[in-house]
Design a protein around this ligand. Structure first.
Ligand code: GLU
Length: 494
């Protein structure tokens, strides 16, 4: 219904984790609503009782909330609207748009085989048999024999489907349950949806929806007024926009099993909602100025459905992660510290809660903020400070200590030199002492630091060493150097 104030809907089926592709669909719908004073409707398409689970509905709601895309209306439950779907079936039956069919799949296949037809489809066997409804018969939609059904799609242009190539599809199953296309269209009409924006995988079934929509309209179908828009004649066909598929680096459709597609897992690992939204915005669209980093308000301002691309969009976790790092570094320090909270205690933190020290963490925080891309990397950056003993990463130990013939000399040099600094325990003094140790063994500072860093923090990567040592204090630092030397494998021949 071009021209009207947009009413868009996001209509997920709760059959699994909330997929990044669904999040992108939700975002593009939400953007259209926000930029036009329109309404963002959430409809849960939960009629497939074998595959739906209530926890997935909760997952959808909480992911939308995390991304700050709470619906303006809904969630409506498709499963609570079956009465309307059945009314629509009666209307379409009365109008002659449906006919009953008792063919089994085997019978249809056998007939197709006999005639040498390879593409599966219905041959219209029951079209003119005038079977009554009921008795376990499916209802098929009588598609026109001639002409073309055109889907006017904002992204793909006019997509034409010759009616002759469209079979008489099942609209109502033999057990009386309406099928997806019918329920989906009845709901869109009743909810006065003006724009159907969804994944491209649904484009092939769209001409069926168009036929059903027009059939209902021709029968004078009135919306039920259940959504606050009041009862009104079925509106014109909506604007369609089928969004490009998301693919992985092999250019294959993202797979639930192989690819990390669950929005929940990104949230739980410490991706920021702003960064995530920014990245989602680039999946099939980019701003006219070519910007890559933009906030949601800019997206609302710049987004045009017409500018959505139709080629598949690469969902690039590396790029998303990099972008998240940029968002983390752009945060005010206080906000960063707050955002880290969930990773600083309880199950996400490897130290006992009582060991955590707020002041120490705040001092380390600016150093950590520069070095993480995702918040779940934070504990490993600071755990050495809050654990009684560092967690020794074996690979780091092997590389920086066990395989280094000078590691033993560096560590004992540090134990001795740092031991003399207890009255002047500053990062500068520690730095100077370490430079001198390096010179003593013929090494630059970077290389000389490596065994010390692993002895103290357990890892080769972490915040700047001398700031960390200053914070840790002489007692713990010296004890760890002693422990490391005591492990016995501090370099070949040790
Ligand atoms: N429930 C459908 C799905 O999750 C989407 C329907 C639609 O957007 O029209 O695939």
């Amino acid at each position: 219904m071009p021209g009207a104030v947009p009413r868009v809907r996001f209509a997920p089926s709760p059959t699994g984790y909330f997929h990044v592709g669904s999040a992108r669909t939700a975002l593009f719908n939400w953007l259209v609503a926000r930029q036009s004073g329109g309404t963002f409707v959430l409809r849960i398409e939960d009629t497939d009782t074998d595959r739906n689970r209530e926890e997935w509905v909760d997952g959808i709601m909480s992911a939308l909330h995390w991304l700050r895309m709470d619906p303006d209306e809904g969630p409506y439950r498709q499963s609570l609207r079956t009465e309307r779907h059945h009314q629509a079936i009666d209307v379409l039956w009365a109008g002659g748009f449906l006919y009953a069919c008792d063919c089994t799949r085997e019978q249809i296949e056998a007939r197709n085989k006999e005639r040498g037809i390879k593409t599966p489809g219905y041959d219209g066997f029951c079209r003119d048999r005038r079977l009554p409804r009921g008795d376990g018969r499916a209802l098929r939609f009588r598609t026109p024999d001639v002409g073309i059904t055109t889907v006017h799609d904002v992204v793909r242009g006019d997509v034409e489907f010759p009616n002759a190539a469209m079979d008489d599809f099942v609209a109502v199953k033999a057990d009386g349950a309406p099928l997806f296309v019918l329920a989906n269209v009845v709901d869109d009409i009743d909810m006065a949806i003006t724009h159907v924006i969804r994944g491209e995988d649904l484009l092939p079934t769209t001409p069926r929806g168009v036929l059903a929509w027009e059939a209902l309209r021709s029968m004078g179908w009135m919306t039920d007024g259940s959504t606050g828009t009041g009862a009104q004649p079925a509106p014109d066909l909506p604007v369609f926009a089928h969004l490009p598929m998301l693919v992985n680096e092999q250019r294959k459709k993202l797979s639930k099993r192989r690819d990390p597609v669950a929005v929940e897992s990104y949230r739980d690992r410490g991706y920021l909602p702003d960064a995530f939204l920014n990245y989602l915005g680039l999946l099939g669209w980019s701003p006219p100025g070519g910007e890559e980093l933009f906030d949601v308000n800019q997206m609302v301002q710049w987004f045009r459905l017409e500018d959505v691309n139709h080629s598949p969009a690469f969902f690039d976790v590396v790029k998303l992660t990099h972008m998240n790092g940029e968002y983390i570094r752009a945060m005010p320090l206080e906000a960063f510290i707050e955002a880290c909270r969930p990773w600083l205690s309880g199950a996400n933190a490897p130290w006992p809660d009582g060991n955590f020290d707020e002041v120490v963490f705040s001092t380390l925080a600016p150093l950590v903020q520069e070095r993480v891309s995702v918040l779940d990397e934070v504990p490993a950056m600071v755990d050495f400070m809050f654990l009684d003993e560092p967690i020794i990463d074996e690979d780091s130990w092997t590389r920086a200590v066990a395989n280094d013939e000078l590691a033993g000399a560096v560590l004992s040099g540090a134990l001795e030199a740092y031991g003399g600094l207890t009255g002047n325990w500053t990062r500068d003094a520690l730095h100077a002492a370490t430079v001198a140790i390096g010179e003593g063994v013929g090494r630059k500072l970077g290389k000389a630091q490596a065994p010390i860093r692993v002895a103290i923090t357990g890892r080769r990567i972490g915040p700047p060493l001398f700031e960390a040592l200053e914070l840790m204090g002489p007692d713990r630092t010296l004890a760890r150097l002693r422990d490391a030397l005591g492990r016995g494998d501090t370099g070949p021949g040790s």
